[in-house]
Design a protein around this ligand. Structure first.
Ligand SMILES: C=C1C[C@]23C[C@@]1(O)CC[C@H]2[C@@]12CC[C@H](O)[C@@](C)(C(=O)O1)[C@H]2[C@@H]3C(=O)O
Ligand SMILES: O=C(O)CCC(=O)C(=O)O
Length: 304
């Protein structure tokens, strides 16, 4: 996870709230009888996350991005939101390119656009999402009165894509797990200090596979703040559906001398379309990469 400074171009972008958002949470106080609704898969959602029973103390907008701008079929509620979102997406795509190029360069992969082109390449039918989350405050006193007021804003999970770029207001709530491999429920959580002047880059499952585990996807969650609303915007950068998700060849052969075996892939091969399909059938907290982990080759028994 990397924190980047805020570029000047984004300073004028603000989150536009739809009337329904105002109606539901306008006073900053949670509404008890607000029905849970999931975005299906895009649009407005409240409390329900995904389709498999996950719930959180939030409302959100999920917007599909076709190429460099919002999908025409996206039910963006107003043109001012669409314009702001498109401008924001343009800036996020630029940042994703910069970061992914730096990753390739750092790993010694050429060309440096090898990863970036999958997500933001010209003409690539990549699979990107813009998500706007609003977590109303959940004061402890009200928690007893309102059974729906859960302190879990967004349950723990890793992001399936290559890269996510997160921007939030100054309300805390985001936490990351220190040891990814710990058993579920056994994580040590660290709060990410909120900073509206920064962007947080989150490594997704697909980048973990493409780097053969050199970069690790980050398990994270949001705990609802007791006093203040948290607002976050996340750009998720995924590749085209047919993109093969496998370790970059150069990483497997790097430094391999004559007669030496090249590094083995730690993962079964899959396409982004296959992974995405499996991801959307999973629960939020599932380890989605687990079914794709290759068994390590059996260790030879010297006594046999
Ligand atoms: C429970 C789910 C919500 C999610 C799809 C999934 O079945 C598992 C992955 C979830 C996630 C996490 C990161 C992003 O917020 C998201 C949009 C994504 O691509 O994968 C969400 C999905 C969602 O909210 O629909
Ligand atoms: O709101 C946040 O800070 C994080 C949200 C998140 O992890 C997500 O939308 O996938």
């Amino acid at each position: 996870m990397v924190v980047l400074a805020k570029p000047a171009a984004l300073e004028q972008i603000s989150l536009v709230r739809s009337p329904s958002v105002e109606d539901n949470f306008g006073a900053g106080l949670p509404v008890v009888d607000l029905a849970a609704d999931g975005a299906s898969p895009f649009g407005y959602g409240s409390k329900r996350i995904g389709r498999n029973g996950d719930m959180g103390w939030l409302e959100y907008l999920l917007l599909a991005i076709d190429g460099a701008s919002l999908s025409r079929s996206s039910p963006a509620p107003s043109s001012s939101l669409r314009d702001a979102a498109n401008e924001y997406v343009g800036a996020m795509r630029g940042m994703a390119r910069t970061v992914l190029e730096m990753v390739a360069e750092g790993l010694g992969v050429a060309p440096r656009g090898a990863l970036a082109d999958m997500v933001v390449g010209d003409g690539a039918a990549s699979d990107q999402i813009l998500r706007l989350n609003h977590y109303p405050p959940c004061p402890p006193l009200l928690q007893n009165l309102m059974p729906n007021c859960s302190p879990t804003g967004f349950g723990e999970h890793t992001d399936p894509q290559l890269i996510s770029i997160l921007h939030s207001n100054s309300t805390s709530g985001l936490q990351v797990a220190l040891h990814h491999d710990a058993d579920a429920g056994d994580h040590q959580w660290v709060t990410v200090p909120p900073d509206p002047a920064s962007f947080l880059v989150i490594v997704g499952d697909s980048l973990q596979v493409m780097t053969n585990g050199r970069m690790r996807s980050v398990r994270h969650r949001v705990v609802a703040n007791k006093l203040k609303s948290r607002v976050s915007m996340i750009y998720f950068g995924g590749p085209p559906l047919e993109q093969r998700i496998a370790p970059l060849r150069q990483l497997l052969v790097a430094g391999v001398g004559d007669g030496e075996e090249e590094e083995q892939s730690r993962y079964e091969e899959f396409t982004w379309g296959e992974y995405k399909k499996a991801a959307y059938l999973s629960r939020l907290g599932d380890n989605r990469l687990a079914p794709f982990h290759r068994q390590p080759p059996p260790v030879a028994n010297p006594l046999a």
